[in-house]
Write a protein that binds this ligand. Structure first.
Ligand SMILES: *Cc1c(COP(=O)(O)O)cnc(C)c1O
Length: 417
């Protein structure tokens, strides 16, 4: 990709931008929350709409000159409604965290109570972590996965809910490889008179394509990031019923944000349009099939896969049994040196710490975008195993780096940019 205008005024930034293109093309992006958007989404996101103020909503703006902003936001909303079958959609949240903030602002007062999955068990900072505004403004209790099975302990969740009487129960996770029983959590929420927020940040694309059960129409609020499996560029989204439509819209603007990032909303419109095409379903099916193959490859080689497999785009490996002396951080570093980019992650029943956890998390959305099939992913799984198992053997690392290069060459990215 050519950043000639940036280069003219700012060679340092141009170098870094070109370096990043090269990095993405020549490494394997296996961070489960990442993906590669299409050139069309890139173009829309870097458009002149970055210049436009459009506070308000289509047809009701606080500024003149919003004709095209309106057209684009309406397209994004209509396409999102069709993709997820939602009654009401707000496409203005700047990110998934801002989407969650919109919901909390709409239904909670400071001091109200949130029940959510523990961060080390797969939850998210914006679900009530003490370092996040949610942990500072609200009273938070956690539920957990069963450390034996790796599945959410729904019975314990129900007990916690009765005891704690939360105002909001949050479902939807960052590092949970299994399908979520949305109905079951909704029943608990109704029983204790709490709202149910289903945060599908990671699995927006899988839900849109119908390869993962949808909480839309079940949970009161559904939030998501738009840059993960849905591949529509950086941003957030909120879906709800007509009943809460105006509360949500007011909570997003003026409640929690100023002007919407219209260039990002253009990216969402284009990405959602792409996701409505039949090929997107094939893509999402490929993402899940590839994650299953990755989990199977790890298991065959003796790595412990949390919950024994996956229903989604991600695989969580607990290294404690197979490699008791290797931390997730060390595995991440060795893999990064070979061009496999993934992250160290806490595992259920974590015995180390969040900074130095015992697991690694690997996702298939970005590889599947590049055209990796199950055979290629099995190759990657084998390569990851060999690096983990020989993380200080230079010869093994060199061989792995070479194989990563070949795999990248066989699956080109952003070729015609
Ligand atoms: C990624 C993620 C988010 C949002 O993250 P942003 O970086 O703010 O877009 C929210 N919830 C969950 C469960 C996530 O995994």
């Amino acid at each position: 990709m050519d950043y000639r205008h940036v280069r003219e005024v700012d060679p340092a930034v141009a170098d870094a931008l070109e370096g990043e293109v090269d990095r993405q093309c020549n490494t394997l992006a296996m961070i489960a929350s990442e993906n590669h958007v299409s050139p069309a989404v890139l173009e829309a996101q870097s458009s002149v709409l970055t210049n436009k103020y459009a506070e308000g909503y289509p047809g009701k703006r606080y500024y003149a000159g919003c004709r095209y902003a309106d057209e684009i936001e309406e397209l994004a909303i209509e396409r999102a409604k069709e993709l997820w079958g939602a009654e009401h959609v707000n496409v203005q949240p700047h990110s998934g965290t801002q989407a969650n903030m919109g919901v909390y602002l709409a239904v909670l007062d400071p001091g109200d109570k949130i029940l959510s999955l523990d961060l080390t068990h797969g939850g998210h900072l914006s679900h009530g972590h003490p370092a996040n505004f949610t942990g500072q403004l609200f009273e938070v209790e956690q539920y957990y996965v069963d450390p034996e099975t790796g599945y959410i302990d729904y019975e314990a969740l129900e007990g916690k809910a009765r005891e704690f009487e939360p105002d909001v129960i949050v479902s939807g996770y960052s590092a949970y490889p299994r399908a979520v029983d949305w109905e079951r959590i909704q029943e608990v929420a109704e029983e204790v008179d709490a709202y149910h927020l289903a945060d599908i940040a990671h699995i927006t694309g899988l839900v849109a394509a119908g390869v993962h059960p949808s909480p839309v129409g079940i949970a009161d609020f559904v939030t998501g990031s738009t840059h993960k499996t849905i591949r529509a560029g950086r941003g957030g989204i909120i879906m709800t019923s007509e009943e809460y439509a105006s509360d949500i819209d007011k909570a997003v603007f003026p409640g929690g944000q100023g002007g919407p990032l219209m260039h990002n909303i253009a990216g969402k419109a284009v990405g959602f349009g792409e996701a409505l095409q039949p090929e997107f379903r094939e893509y999402a099916e490929g993402v899940v099939a590839n994650a299953r193959t990755l989990a199977e490859t790890f298991r065959e080689r003796g790595l412990e896969v949390v919950s024994g497999g996956t229903d989604t785009h991600l695989v969580l490996v607990d290294l404690r049994e197979s490699h008791p002396d290797l931390t997730g951080g060390e595995a991440e570093e060795a893999l990064d040196a070979t061009g496999v980019v993934l992250n160290a992650n806490t595992v259920p029943g974590e015995t180390r710490s969040a900074f130095n956890p015992s697991g690694i998390r690997a996702g298939t959305p970005a590889l599947t975008t590049r055209g990796f099939d199950e055979d290629a992913v099995a190759d990657v799984g084998d390569l990851i195993y060999r690096v983990v198992d020989n993380h200080d053997d230079e010869a093994v690392l060199d061989e792995a780096s070479e194989r990563v290069r070949e795999l990248c060459d066989e699956h080109p990215l952003y070729e015609d940019l």
